[in-house]
Design a protein around this ligand. Structure first.
Ligand code: FMN
Length: 251
């Protein structure tokens, strides 16, 4: 990497407006190869990355997500959890033997963690190349349609997308929770110990949102979280996973 990795990581902010310039094949390959070098549970590599270049598919994905930058970017990646490949390796008999494990919540965690680690390596590689990124959980607004558009077989599920490209805005960095809230020594710190730090953070975030140039508002982190979790979203994801024979442990 050209910069120090830490410098690149600490400079992160999500980019939601990109210049009208595509990534080169070389850039795409560097990003994917970096993704592949992430650690992977038991060497399973339980993920597949789909680069979407077909504008018609991108348009449909953008409609699902409701976000223009799903279409307007330098390249669009979709990170999928994948246990299909692993299953297909076996004979009919092997596959029957593998069913219980492949459908277990444990293996769902494995595919999700593997995909997340790979994607974050991709993000850092892209940012190190001077590009910007935005993760896109919004693709899960309609997991069924995304799966159909990308022709995902059984045991392959779309987890999230990532738009990559040349930044066309310079958003301010979004503050993070104080380190005392996130990092605990030896044992879990009770919530009461975390609360004063969270209150400080809420004040900080309130002024961040008030001062922010774009989309400024009267809000803080606690209010945001309570609002978010008060409205269940994407409740069809559980059924979708079951139908894909993932996270589908028999009782
Ligand atoms: C798995 C995942 C899914 C996300 N989905 C979206 C999304 O659909 N749309 C979006 O604009 N940002 C999305 N984000 C970006 C977050 O909103 C962003 O990382 C967070 O607000 C912190 O801001 P920052 O990345 O600029 O520091 C997603 C991030 C992650 C990790």
């Amino acid at each position: 990497m050209s910069h120090s990795a830490i410098q690149t990581i600490m400079n992160h902010r999500s980019i939601r407006k990109f210049k009208d310039k595509k990534l080169t094949e070389e850039q795409i390959q560097t990003i994917v190869e970096a993704a592949q070098m992430a650690s992977t549970s038991s060497y399973v590599m339980a993920y597949t990355i789909i680069g979407v270049t077909d504008e018609r598919i991108k348009e449909k994905l953008a409609a699902i997500s409701g976000q223009t930058y799903v279409q307007n970017n330098g390249h669009l990646f979709v990170f999928c959890g994948d246990l299909h490949r692993t299953e297909q390796l076996g004979s009919q008999e092997d596959r029957e033997q593998m069913q219980q494990s492949l459908a277990s919540p444990e293996q769902f965690i494995v595919m999700t963690v593997d995909a997340a680690l790979a994607s974050q390596n991709a993000a850092i590689a892209a940012e190190d190349l001077g590009l910007g990124i935005c993760y896109l959980g919004s693709l899960r607004n309609d997991v069924y349609q995304v799966s159909e558009l990308l022709q995902l077989p059984e045991r392959v599920v779309p987890l999230f997308g990532m738009a990559v490209g040349y930044p066309d805005h310079e958003p301010e960095q979004k503050p993070r929770l104080p380190i005392d809230v996130i990092y605990h020594e030896n044992h879990y710190q009770p919530f009461e110990h975390q609360l004063p730090f969270i209150k400080d953070f809420d004040k900080k975030l309130h002024s961040y949102y008030e001062k922010r140039k774009q989309n400024n508002r009267n809000d803080n982190w606690s209010k945001q979280m309570i609002r978010k979790f008060s409205t269940p979203t994407r409740m069809d994801v559980g059924t979708f996973l079951h139908e894909k024979n993932i996270n589908n442990q028999a009782d």
